[in-house]
Design a protein around this ligand. Sequence first.
Ligand SMILES: [Zn+2]
Length: 70
Amino acid sequence: MDEREDICKCNKCKFDIAAVALNSLPPKYVVTEAGGLYGRVKNLNYQFETDIIMVVAKAMDIVSKNPKHE
Ligand SMILES: [Zn+2]
């Protein structure tokens, strides 16, 4: 996952981002403990990776605008 200065790095926000992203992806993807998203299948093609990047970026925007941390 790309590091972005404007995104909170606390665990709550990281898991929030992962949860939002995962909800937008087909179930072939899994969330890692760091909040990153990885394909469970071995032969990820370029389009899948592009989809993940786009979905995670969108999830970052959503969570950064509505952070759930205290
Ligand atoms: Zn946070």
